[in-house]
Structures are given as structure tokens and as C-alpha cells.
Design a protein around this ligand. Sequence first.
Ligand code: UTP
Length: 486
Amino acid sequence: MSSVESLKQIYEANGQSQVFTFFDSLSESSKAALVQQLSSIDPERVSNIAKSVLSTTPDSSSETEKISPLPASASASLLTASADEIAQWTTTGHNLIAENTVAVVLLAGGQGTRLGSSAPKGCFDIGLPSHKSLFELQAERILSLQKLVSRITGKVNVVIPWYIMTSGPTKQPTVSFFRDHDYFGLDPANVTFFEQGVLPCIDNQGKILLESPDKVAVAPDGNGGIYRALVDQAILPDLTRRGIKHVHAYCVDNCLVKMADPVFIGFAASRNVNVATKSVPKRSPIENVGLIVSKDGRPAVIEYSEISAEMAHRTVTAKNREELAFRTANIVNHYYSVEYLTGIPLWRDDYLPYHVARKKIPTVDLVTGQPVSPATPNGIKLEQFIFDCFPQIKLSRFANLEVLREDEFSPLKNKAGTVGEDDADSSRADLLKQGKRWLEAIGASVAPGVVGVEVPPLVSFAGENLEQFKGKSFSSEIELGQEAKI
Ligand code: UTP
């Protein structure tokens, strides 16, 4: 039997023979391309995943009984921690960075469909006075932190390696963007791109969708694809080769992200945890955000809808502050010990569940062969979530650090002028306002009506090094001059 015939049989045995609908009418080169793509897909795995996601019923309300806020032993907050505690975490973090044991992993494989930009999100200009892209801001933060740590600890050659996870759609434009910008001043030897996997898109009956007569519709397998990719793309041995012990993973779309944040690294390392998270306080009981909680005695991230209205509104008083009991909004800022990451091969294949993302997926009519551009969701992208590994971690090896939203979290999700939040306008304003707070804290002033000032990461990583601007007044939204470089 020819290899094409045996491939057909495998797809047929798994109920997916529709992918061959147009095969006989294709040119030889299109046939070869389709066969190559189909050979890289395991139809049995896809059919099994489809079966399991399509038969899953939503959680019953009795589930809420198993959900409680994280215990105090697994929580800390920058809003209430003492200055001494924060200083200790910071010093620990600086020392670990100085020993070259800290790396950052960027999740940049998403397609940014809500933003609607054709380029990867990291290339986006949020409209700052400098017009720096998100990638440039992040690269400068690494450079700035390396210099800061070197200055504080006296260590030379401080390196924070940057691992950038891309996907089929974002890989080539991301790599080209870095090349075209000379890696924004970073040493290319310390910037590693790696690619997450893709999965076929399915229809509501679990059938693999064709994007065109000679191509299966595929999509990145979600940010939980990081675990598979860290193994398949040989990132774990690279971490070990470099002597990395601590990893900070974060999302590309947060313009305020403090990469390799010494406070966070120091906090997590001094607690000797496998995984730590950062959270921000929920804005209101009804804010639609994922929550980091304890579920069945294990850490977990749940949808806001998984707790009752009573639980969402419940308050507690801690250190004379009344707060929501369930307030730990997930911002996908994770710490991992490398010791934990090296165990991924033991669980990655069967631990993480798949989730259904119903999307408008361009496809082809199987009868006419004509392209179909659906106006409403017609199919499913299968995704794994990065936080779904949490329930396998004991609460004693997990910790959450609550941080200030205005200092650390402003996601770019939506096209400006559509939803009215989490867009380029809010990102720009939040970054400028942070600069304003930092400058006012050292005795500079910003004129009324001016949103703020852009403080380049190369001038200040987290508000330090600004004393030279004491007494200055700013009457427009400018980028601070490069003369203040550290
Ligand atoms: P989102 O879930 O917000 O997705 O990603 P997105 O692609 O940015 O935007 P939409 O939903 O299509 O509008 C959160 C983070 O996870 C990364 C994204 O790049 C972002 O940093 N991500 C998402 C991946 O790395 N891979 C994926 O498959 C999905």
C-alpha cells in the first residue's frame, strides 16, 4: 500500500477522512504539501482530545465548596509587607541575578485576534512619545536590570537570558523584527527563540477543519503549550547548560511587566517554592478575571464565574484593611524553579487539559470547495492554559505575591475605540502615569493636565536613579532624555 493510502486509512479509522475531500483534484505539489502536513498530525490524538472537550460538562455549583482563598502561608502582598521584608527579597533577587541564575521566558505565541494587528503583538507601538514597541521596552528592561544589578553587586557580565516563545504565525515576523532592530542592544547569543506547537482546528462535531482544499486549519496550542515546547525545543538543557535556577515567565502584552523582577525572584527563591505567581487585587467583586485560589487543597486558577455571588462579594479584614476575600486576579506572571521545570517530561503528556475557544475559523465548503469566511464562530481552537499545571503542586511549594496593579499590570488586548479598556490608549496612559508617580516621588513636578512622562527603562528599571530630576517640572508628555542613562 502506498504511504498516501495508509495515511488515508489512519484518518478514516479516526473519523477524519474529510481532510482528503479534495485530494484527487489537487496539483502534485499541493498533494505533497497536504500529505506532509497530515503526516505531522496525529489524528487519533486530535479525535481523542475532541471527544473529551466536547463531552465535558460545566462545573456544578457544589464545586464552590472546594474553593477557598489561598492560605496566608502561601501568600504575601507588597501592599502590606514591611519595608524590611521587601528589601530582603530585593537583595536576594539581585544576588541571584548577579550569579547568572535567572532567566526570563516570554509568551509571544498568541495571535492577538482582539487587537487585530497583522504583526505580532510585541511589535505594537502603543503610542508612547518614543514610539517604542513592546519588544523594545522589554529588551531595554533586561539591559537596564543587568546594569543595575552589576552596579549594586559589583559583578561584571551579568546576563539575564531571554527565551521567546513564538508560534507558527508569530515566529518569522518576531525573529525578523529583532534582527531588523539589532536585538535592541542585547547580545543575540542571549536571546533564544523557540516555537510552540499547533493543533488542528475542529468543527462543533470534532471534525478537523480544512482552511483550503490543500491545507488543514491549525492554531497555536495555547500558552500552556510552553511546557511541551520547553522540552521539544531543547530549552530545558539550555537552561541547565547556563546554570539557570530561576525562571520568570510573562505575557508579551503587559507594557508594565517587570521582567526578572528581583523582588519576585527573591520572594519565590527564599520560600523555596516550585511555582510562584503574581496577582493584583480585583478591581471590584464583579470584575471578569481569573482568580488564583486553593481548590481541593491545591493551587488553581478559576474563572470568575466559578464562585458564587456571595463568595465574590465576601470581605476580610487584614492589617486594618477591608479587602475582598477572593481578590487574587491572575496576571500570568509566573516564577518557576528550574528543578520543577526539569520534571515536565513526567507529566506534560497527560496532565494538562484542553480548553475550547470558539472562534470564526476561515474554512472551505466541503461540497463546493468554495472558501467560507464565517460571521459567527463556526469552530473550535484547542488550547492548553499555562496555569493548568498548578493543581499538581502542593500548596507548601506554591506562593502568590500580590502587587500593585498600577505598577505592574496593564494588558494590551483590544483595538483602541472598541471595548474602551485594555487597549493601546490605556497601556500608554498607564506607562506615562507610572513615570509621573516616580518623578513626583523624588520631588519633580508634572503640570496639571499632562497625563505623565515616559521614563525609558534604560534610565530607570523601577523608579530608581531619578534623583537628578528633582525640582524639575514637566509641562508635556515627553520621553526623559537619554543623558540620564545608567
Ligand atoms: P491571550 O490569551 O490574551 O491571547 O494571550 P492573545 O493571542 O494575546 O490575544 P487574543 O485572545 O487572540 O485576542 C495571553 C498571552 O499568552 C500568549 C500571548 O502571546 C500572550 O502573551 N499566548 C497565547 C501564547 O504564547 N500562545 C498561545 O497559543 C496563546
